[in-house]
Design a protein around this ligand. Structure first.
Ligand SMILES: [Zn+2]
Ligand SMILES: [Zn+2]
Length: 149
């Protein structure tokens, strides 16, 4: 029972979610549930991208072995910012390049995410033409909509 006296984290965070469940042994409030759901939604997007990129690399190696050279374009974050500037391509407002990028951290909504304009799941690719800067928030909301539809 001593654990119940742990200082309660702010609601709307993942630690708030854990606090409700572990310390208070209650159903987390809606804000905390949203924070937790948003986190996992983003993890799904990130992991999905990594898996697809690995598959794409494996395919490229396979084709190379067959003599067909498929080029995978590599790019850096700097190249993307140099190409498109630092305004969000979704809402057109400036991105705070110093804000944290990890969902849930203070101010992450305005932080930089690199958004696949056409998602990989819809046939988009990992080229600089298809990757533009966006706010963390705009990116997560966009991807959440795509997963639902
Ligand atoms: Zn809460
Ligand atoms: Zn935006």
């Amino acid at each position: 029972m001593g654990k119940r006296h742990r200082v309660k984290p702010d609601c709307g965070t993942r630690s708030g979610y854990d606090w409700h469940r572990r310390d208070a042994k209650e159903l987390p409030c809606i804000e905390c549930r949203n924070a937790e759901a948003l986190y996992w939604r983003e993890q799904r997007v990130i992991r999905g991208d990594v898996i697809r990129l690995n598959n794409q690399r494996r395919r490229a190696r396979h084709f190379k072995a067959l003599g067909n050279d498929i080029e995978i374009q590599k790019f850096t974050e700097k190249e993307i910012l140099d190409t498109y500037g630092s305004d969000c391509h979704i809402c057109k407002k400036p991105i705070d390049l110093n804000a944290p990028r990890q969902v849930g951290k203070q101010g992450w909504e305005n932080g930089l995410h690199l958004d696949h304009v056409i998602p990989l799941s819809k046939g988009g690719d990992n080229t600089i033409e298809n990757i533009k800067p966006s706010h963390g928030y705009c990116n997560v909301v966009k991807n959440a909509t795509i997963i639902v539809d």
